[in-house]
Design a protein around this ligand. Structure first.
Ligand SMILES: [Zn+2]
Length: 407
């Protein structure tokens, strides 16, 4: 009798654990962040004309807050954030042209930040070239550079422009792939833009272990998004490794968590003025609410175990943000093995490894508290060459599949 009672107790406890696993929890982090709505400033959109010159910010992803003339050859564009305080990621993007051929100096002038992103220029919005000759103003709150203008508009931006339409085209371009499964809109942003999702795997996802990929919580972090793109294209290759891998695993991708921020040319926040990567405790913002709710409901439906979440970002240098060694997860030692395997592939290029406790309500920490999974923030440097991004992502995808097959 005692044995039966004991067994019953174990079964009940297991059931309770499972119920908890598939119920979204709120969590009081050691370093909480208030993510209730704040007001933002919308930039005035349009074409701004001085003399023969036109500067335009009338496209998705643009940011350019004012255009003025300083003297006969020097013109200024002003760049300001959506609200303040804010991280120093002064994103800008605009088009410039002149009805007559003209050589000018253009000054980028920042409010609440110093110059960070070296300007890139493009005549077709696809091929970008770095502008090399920069003259720094006092305290780097401005930079100027020479520019030749003519009637053909040129785009100038902090990084190459990848807006919500570009992300949609990219996802659509993958849809014929054998391992590309369902594609869905999991929710809407504050201003009603789509939050896209797709699944990579083979056949049904039921009972499979799941890896979650996230990107673009922070709009200017384009190099991190490029890393996700290369990572995904490696995961979609049809070979022995992927065929084996998808028997056991399924990958759920959320490539654009902050579509309003991206299209409005924000430095950091969503349209409620909030850093979405601080909202993974109370889900106050619709973007994080939709994504977390979808992940948990889908996992419950398919009896999936979420084992790993990777969130792609950009910062000054390449960094892996991981957990301290004393934090145990379902994948013991995975983070060390995985990152050192990636590093070997791009030697002597170095990526910093930063381990910490569960302190802030960021996605990386949410994977641990919600699913006892491993969470990693994969940061790509602002200036990391695309060849390195591609090589690293490819190695990261191969090493990920190879290692996870051993768990
Ligand atoms: Zn970020």
């Amino acid at each position: 009798m005692k044995k039966i009672l004991g067994l019953l107790l174990i079964l009940l406890t297991l059931q309770a654990c499972k119920t908890n696993y598939y119920t979204r929890k709120t969590y009081d982090f050691k370093k909480p962040v208030d993510t209730r709505d704040k007001k933002i400033d919308f930039q005035k959109k349009g074409k701004f004309k001085i003399d023969e010159i036109t500067v335009a910010n009338d496209f998705d992803g643009a940011r350019m807050n004012a255009f003025s003339k300083i003297n006969d050859t020097l013109y200024r564009v002003e760049i300001s954030p959506e609200n303040y305080p804010i991280n120093p990621s002064p994103w800008y993007a605009f088009k410039i042209s002149s009805t007559v051929d003209k050589d000018i100096y253009l000054q980028l002038n920042y409010l609440h930040a110093k110059h960070r992103y070296n300007p890139k220029i493009s005549s077709n919005r696809k091929d970008w070239k770095k502008i090399e000759a920069l003259y720094y103003g006092v305290d780097s709150v401005s930079v100027s550079f020479p520019l030749h203008l003519n009637a053909k508009p040129q785009w100038i931006a902090a990084q190459k422009i990848i807006n919500s339409t570009d992300v949609k085209h990219w996802v659509d371009s993958l849809s014929q792939n054998k391992f590309f499964q369902e594609q869905k809109i999991v929710g809407k942003s504050v201003l009603g833009r789509d939050i896209p999702y797709f699944r990579i795997g083979e056949g049904s996802s039921e009972n499979k272990k799941v890896i979650i990929l996230l990107s673009r919580q922070h709009p200017p972090e384009v190099t991190g998004f490029m890393a996700l793109q290369y990572f995904v294209s490696e995961l979609l290759k049809d070979d022995a490794l992927t065929r084996n891998f998808y028997k056991k695993y399924d990958i759920w991708v959320f490539p654009l968590l902050n579509p309003d921020g991206v299209d409005l040319g924000h430095w950091r926040h969503n349209a409620h003025g909030i850093d979405l990567n601080r909202d993974w405790a109370y889900y106050r913002q619709p973007e994080i609410n939709a994504v977390t709710d979808f992940i948990i409901r889908k996992a419950k439906q398919g009896k999936n175990q979420v084992v790993l979440g990777i969130d792609f970002h950009s910062t000054f240098k390449d960094i892996y943000y991981v957990y301290n060694e004393n934090i145990s997860t379902q994948l013991p030692d995975f983070q060390q093995f995985w990152t050192s395997s990636i590093d070997r592939s791009v030697y002597p290029f170095k990526t910093k490894y930063v381990a910490s406790d569960i302190l802030q309500p960021v996605s990386k920490n949410w994977f641990k508290i919600q699913f006892d999974a491993n969470g990693i923030t994969y940061e790509v440097g602002d200036n990391t060459p695309e060849s390195i991004i591609a090589k690293k992502s490819k190695a990261a995808a191969v090493a990920l599949m190879d290692l996870l097959m051993r768990f």
